[in-house]
Design a protein around this ligand. Structure first.
Ligand SMILES: [Zn+2]
Length: 92
């Protein structure tokens, strides 16, 4: 008896590595002194794209708890116009 049914594989080239390196922990868990503040756009801008969208968790590396806080903070910051809502007015 031969057991080689799983040998077939579509040869579409070698697998590429992911461009994002996986972070161990989210930066807010790692550094408790870093607070999430909606009045601090410099911190928040790290978690939005240049078009003003919120970076998803798997890319930013945050844990779900802090990602939630980031999301809330970004929404608040948008309300008081600290961050852009859409990408129409992209700051340099
Ligand atoms: Zn965290």
């Amino acid at each position: 008896m031969s057991d080689e049914r799983s040998a077939q594989r579509p040869s579409s080239g070698p697998r590429k590595k992911r461009p994002f390196q996986r972070r161990k922990v989210c930066r807010f868990c790692a550094d408790k002194q870093v607070g999430i503040d909606y009045k601090d756009p410099r911190t928040l801008r790290y978690f939005i794209t240049e078009r003003g969208k919120i970076v998803p968790r798997r890319i930013s590396g945050n844990c779900s708890k802090h990602q939630r806080e980031i999301t809330e903070a970004i929404k608040r910051a948008r309300n008081i116009a600290l961050l852009p809502i859409a990408g129409s007015h992209v700051l340099p």
